[in-house]
Design a protein around this ligand. Structure first.
Ligand SMILES: Cc1cc2nc3c(=O)[nH]c(=O)nc-3n(C[C@H](O)[C@H](O)[C@H](O)COP(=O)(O)O)c2cc1C
Length: 319
């Protein structure tokens, strides 16, 4: 286990609920944090940009009130995700609010930037950058990130192709800071497995889509419940970068999942317009771990299940 900054030390559960484009919202983040898991959302989910301040105020106030009422069982801290891609024309605006609200953890993806890390460090916040290979991991730390998120094969959204075993062991050869592992983690035993491999946290995304709080359609949630890893297609067609998607949504959009053309990196767009939103609304992102998701329930009940499974796995291994 590595040395962790105070905000990440002694979490009730070694789990971060990962940011989900369009889907995560304050309701989900607050439910995750209250249940003991770091909750997160992309800043870009607040639309228009001015809504971000309302959302940050809501999360901050609600968690402060909860902590006051539950001093023995405080909520986990929350995180905001900044998509640091050149097409994100809101980054400066959204970073100003992150600093104003002293967001405890900032998750950066699709680009590592020193100025973003410096802004978060200016108020004592912690940054974690997501990477799909060891060389991106080294660059992220050189640019000042405090921690890393290893996005291994089978993760939902923009995923890598590395085995989690390869990725974690290479990163751990030189990095002893906070490390989260993602990719198909959807039950408590897998959380323990991530720790056994050398990660500090399991980073779970797709399984939270099938929660009542998530801002996804009932059909999307049900597809996560019904699907298995056989239904997941890895393609760069939809955003220009390779990601994992549910085949039934590709069929519903009139395409053959087995014969998708190559995408174009130049088409990636996280600007204020609607095009990125549309790509993710009709084509459903999902990791390979969905076989473990058997019902749509509250985030709290899913986290309770993760905790039970995690403790059972520890007992099984007599830890
Ligand atoms: C629908 C969907 C949307 C996502 N949106 C984002 C995002 O906006 N920013 C980000 O950093 N990661 C995003 N991700 C990736 C997740 O944060 C995380 O890496 C991944 O979900 C972990 O793998 P898992 O889904 O198998 O648990 C998204 C994933 C999914 C499934």
């Amino acid at each position: 286990m590595s040395k962790l900054p105070p905000v990440l030390a002694n979490l009730p559960l070694p789990i971060i609920g990962s940011p989900l484009f369009i889907i995560s919202n304050p309701k989900l983040v607050i439910a995750q944090c209250k249940a003991g898991v770091v909750g997160s959302m992309p800043a870009l989910n607040a639309r228009p940009a001015s809504q971000l301040e309302d959302w940050l105020a809501e999360i901050t106030e609600e968690l402060a009130a909860y902590n006051k009422a539950n001093p023995d069982k405080p909520a986990a801290p929350f995180a905001i995700n900044q998509i640091v891609h050149k097409s994100n024309d809101r980054l400066a605006h959204d970073m100003e609010l992150v600093v104003k609200y002293k967001v405890p953890i900032v998750i950066t993806s699709l680009g590592a930037r020193t100025d973003v890390n410096d802004a978060v460090h200016s108020y004592g916040g912690v940054t974690m950058h997501d990477v799909i290979n060891n060389s991106f991991a080294q660059k992220a730390i050189e640019k000042g990130a405090d921690g890393l998120i290893a996005v291994a094969a089978g993760a939902g959204g923009h995923a890598g192709i590395k085995s989690p075993f390869a990725l974690v062991q290479e990163i751990r050869q030189w990095f002893d800071g906070p490390l989260a592992l993602s990719g198909s983690i959807a039950n408590g035993a897998a959380v323990l497995a991530a720790q056994a491999m050398g990660a500090d946290f399991a980073y779970i995304g797709t399984a939270f889509i099938a929660t009542e709080e998530a801002r996804a359609s009932a059909e999307y949630k049900q597809a996560i419940v019904d699907g298995t890893s056989d239904d997941i297609v890895y393609s760069n067609l939809f955003t220009g970068v390779h990601g994992n998607y549910l085949a039934p949504s590709i069929v519903a959009a009139g395409m053959d999942p087995a014969n998708l053309p190559e995408g174009d990196l130049k088409t990636m767009n996280f600007g204020g317009g609607e095009s990125a939103k549309k790509a993710w609304k009709d084509i459903w992102g999902s990791g390979q771990g969905i076989g473990a998701v058997t019902e749509v329930g509250s985030a709290a009940s899913f986290i309770e299940k993760l905790k039970r499974e995690y403790m059972d796995a520890r007992r099984r291994l007599a830890l």
